[in-house]
Design a protein around this ligand. Structure first.
Ligand code: ADP
Ligand code: MG
Length: 746
């Protein structure tokens, strides 16, 4: 980092004085040199801030207009808040139980009222003099509940009258009293206006900041220069200023992020590694010749992309996405065989022991007996018995096993590979950059990396969270797998339809197949998990369908009488759940009446019918996941989405959208738009996206794409970003330690 720091120039007699002659502050100036030692220490303690940039990146959460009061009714207990309000009344009382006084001040936003309490040992007349009814001011503190009422105890405050008095004494302060007051996320020790005061001090001495966004981009996107944006975000004269500042900082965020990802991508490619290409007549050719089906076009394209990557002398870094059953494993296995042809080994990392075991079985089957014997796919997990584990370790280090499949145990120090050429990671989000890096270091040269994910990732999330990876996508499922018919069943309009639901289910079962009935609740009193969507206000407050009552009701339906029904839900122990799932898989149970616990890890090819009750309670992606439980084998699936929502309502629209397409990518985009990125990113666990301040992946997709395009051009021509030091510094500032380590290893 650069960081020419602003020196505190010596004043008279060698005493440092803040004066206009001081060198202007830069973003890298330590706060110790920009503020008083006490202030700098307090900021470090409260927020961990060290530099001017840390403080200036603490953007206002909101702005309060001195002329407009804000509603006081949504005050959450425990929250640190700052409110602008009028003082209605102020009284002092003696405390009854112990010595001391209590001042109660009632403030109002013009509608609601709110109480402030101040405790004192002695008379607090001075406080009553400050807090006179009729004055307006800002009040800051922690909301707590007292006798059923929320209040602020011992808040800090500043009346606007006192501000004006201060300003009379110090004309420089006059400037500060703009109509808009920035409201900062605060702590008990550092109130919003303490922060405002310190930020103002820093802004007054701030020099011109170099711009991370090049001028041509600023012109094209009508952006402010960086210095202006920073000043206006903290100290706007009017709403137009902070909105313009936000727009600029939003683009800046997209730009810096995309440049960082592009740079990481290009640095990773600059590393040298061994190309892995299949040999004529080798394992891959033999495998392809014996494959009992033809690859889909999507599989072919992905395979070509992967082969091209691995033929290069820089390591592959690729994400392979496609839904469960889309044929990712076959594509990944072909890449492993190319590595085996080149004399190397491939490691396949699964998130759980069970999935690792499943992979071993399906890969062994796909290879067929001859190739399996030669390549010796080996399981290596933490739970293996000692003797077996020793054998697996030996096969790995000797290079005898060309395909090693395991869990994170593969990352441990005791595992050494003979020649690790490729790492395949199943399910991206459980493996962070750090873990990918540990595996990378297991090869003498950096291995190629292929990350597989079965969760369709919306385009903007892929760009922000996985922007350093190339992406291959399998959209279409292999032929014969697309037979799921989805039907919306609107209960509200026709109660008789319910009989039809059970009749359809019975028809499927009569063909020897199995089915699921999914309810949002376990019992009338117990909802399985927080539903994504609450019923719209004013809707019929009918209780939710629940496993207990539905099971009971189904047992009374004549057409279902011949079949074996069983419940499955989250209140059962894992042993119980396992036992029931196993007997369902074995065909000993015909219908599972279940909550969403069946979402994960169920693969029963004979299951063909899925009935979702109260379908409006589930999110788009969740419904799609549930539907994915049927139609897995050769038999076509039927999915009945039963809802009480009214025709034309958003809920009905949502369910209709799910019924209308089997394309998980389309539904993932829709889910993002409906639920917002907070929820969707939360599901995917945190990535770079979680650090975003102004950028909203749900709505700023175009901006992100434009920034990405521009970043691509810049980094292609100037991988070291030498032509733009301000950008290089901005990238360095946003990296965390592990990312920095990662880059330095390049
Ligand atoms: P994924 O890993 O994406 O969940 P798999 O690779 O396990 O999917 O494929 C699911 C099933 O479909 C496997 O039994 C596999 O052998 C089969 N399969 C894969 N590709 C094809 C294809 N092109 N045509 C027919 N069946 C396929
Ligand atoms: Mg699979």
């Amino acid at each position: 980092m650069t960081g020419s720091s602003a020196a505190s120039g010596p004043g008279f007699d060698g005493v440092a004085l803040p004066s206009p002659q001081l060198e202007p502050l830069t973003l890298d100036t330590p706060l110790k040199k920009a503020l008083s030692p006490a202030q700098a220490t307090a900021l470090a303690k409260a927020f961990g801030f060290q530099t001017v940039n840390d403080l200036l990146s603490h953007y206002p959460r909101d702005y309060a207009d001195r002329e407009v009061l804000r509603p006081l009714n949504q005050l959450t207990p425990g929250a640190n808040i700052t409110v602008i309000a009028d003082i209605i009344s102020a009284h002092e009382k003696r405390m009854s139980s112990r010595p001391g006084t209590i001042v109660e001040v009632v403030i109002s936003d013009g509608g609601g009222q709110f109480t402030l309490t101040f405790f004192g040992k002695n008379s607090q007349q001075w406080r009553l003099d400050q807090l006179r009814p009729g004055l307006r001011g800002s009040f800051s503190g922690k909301v707590r509940m007292y006798q059923g009422q929320s209040q602020l105890a011992n808040p800090s405050y500043k009346t606007f009258e006192s501000e004006e008095e201060e300003a009379r004494d110090d004309p420089a302060l006059k400037l500060k009293h703009k109509p808009l007051i920035p409201i900062y996320a605060a702590t008990a020790a550092e109130t919003s206006w303490n922060l405002q005061t310190m930020i103002d001090q820093v802004l007054r001495r701030l020099g011109t900041l170099p711009d991370p966004v090049p001028e041509d981009l600023r012109v094209v996107h009508s952006l402010l220069d960086h210095t202006q944006a920073i000043r206006w975000i903290h100290s706007p004269d009017d709403p137009e200023q902070w909105m313009a500042a936000q727009e600029t900082l939003r683009f800046t965020e997209a730009w810096v992020l995309q440049c960082a990802l592009m740079q990481r991508h290009s640095l990773a490619r600059e590393r040298r590694t061994q190309p892995r290409v299949p040999t004529p007549g080798g394992y891959l050719e033999r495998f392809d010749a014996a494959l009992p089906f033809v690859l889909t076009i999507d599989q072919e394209i992905c395979a070509v992309e992967i082969a091209a990557d691995m033929a290069r002398s820089g390591p592959m870094n690729r994400l392979l996405q496609g839904e469960v059953g889309s044929g990712k494993t076959v594509v990944a296995l072909r890449a492993m065989l190319a590595v085996a042809d080149s004399g190397g080994q491939a490691a396949l990392l699964a998130p759980t022991e069970v999935l690792a075991g499943q992979h071993l079985r399906s890969i062994t089957t796909l290879l067929g007996p001859n190739l399996a014997a030669e390549l010796m796919p080996t399981l290596l997990t933490g739970k293996l018995p000692v003797a077996q584990k020793r054998k697996a370790l030996l096969r790995t280090v000797s290079g005898q096993s060309r395909i090693v499949i395991g869990t994170h145990a593969l990352l441990s120090d005791t595992v050494t590979f003979f020649d690790l050429g490729l790492i395949v990671i199943d399910e991206q989000h459980r493996f962070g950059v750090d873990q990918r890096e540990t595996l990378r270091l297991k090869g003498a040269e950096p291995p190629h990396v292929l990350v597989m994910t079965a969760t369709p990732i919306p385009r903007t999330i892929a760009m922000t969270m996985f922007g350093d990876l190339d992406v291959s996508t399998i959209r279409m499922l292999p032929a014969g797998r697309q037979g799921i018919r989805s039907v919306v069943v609107p209960m509200g309009e026709n109660g008789a339809l319910f009989g039809r639901v059970w009749a359809s289910l019975a028809q499927e079962l009569a063909l020897g197949r199995q089915g699921f009935v999914v309810c949002p609740a376990i019992s009338p009193a117990e909802i399985e998990d927080e539903a994504d969507f609450a019923p719209p206000p004013g809707d019929d407050p009918r209780p939710l369908f629940n496993v207990e009552e539905v099971l009971e009701g189904m047992r009374g339906v004549a057409s279902l009488a011949p079949y074996r029904l069983e419940a499955l839900h989250g209140r059962m122990t894992s042993e119980e759940k396992d036992r029931i799932m196993r007997s369902f898989a074995a065909g000993e149970i015909d219908i599972l009446v279940a909550t969403t616990v069946i979402e994960v890890g169920v693969d029963v090819p004979n299951a063909s019918a899925m009935v979702v009750l109260d379908a409006d309670r589930f999110g788009v992606s969740q419904l799609h996941q549930l539907r994915g439980r049927v139609g897995r084998g050769g038999v076509p699936g039927l999915c009945l989405l039963v809802t009480n929502s009214r025709a034309g309502s958003p809920a009905r629209q949502r369910i209709g959208d799910v019924a209308a397409t089997l394309d998980g990518f389309v539904l993932a985009e829709l889910d993002l738009a409906l639920r917002g990125e907070g929820n969707v990113l939360g599901d995917m666990q945190s990535g770079d996206g979680s650090k975003l301040r102004f950028l909203r992946v749900a709505v700023d997709g175009d901006m992100i794409a434009e920034a990405r395009q521009a970043a691509y051009h810049l980094v292609t021509g100037d991988p070291g970003i030498r032509t733009n030091p301000a950008l290089r510094d901005a990238i360095a500032r946003r990296l965390n330690d592990s990312e920095r380590t990662w880059l330095n290893k390049g």
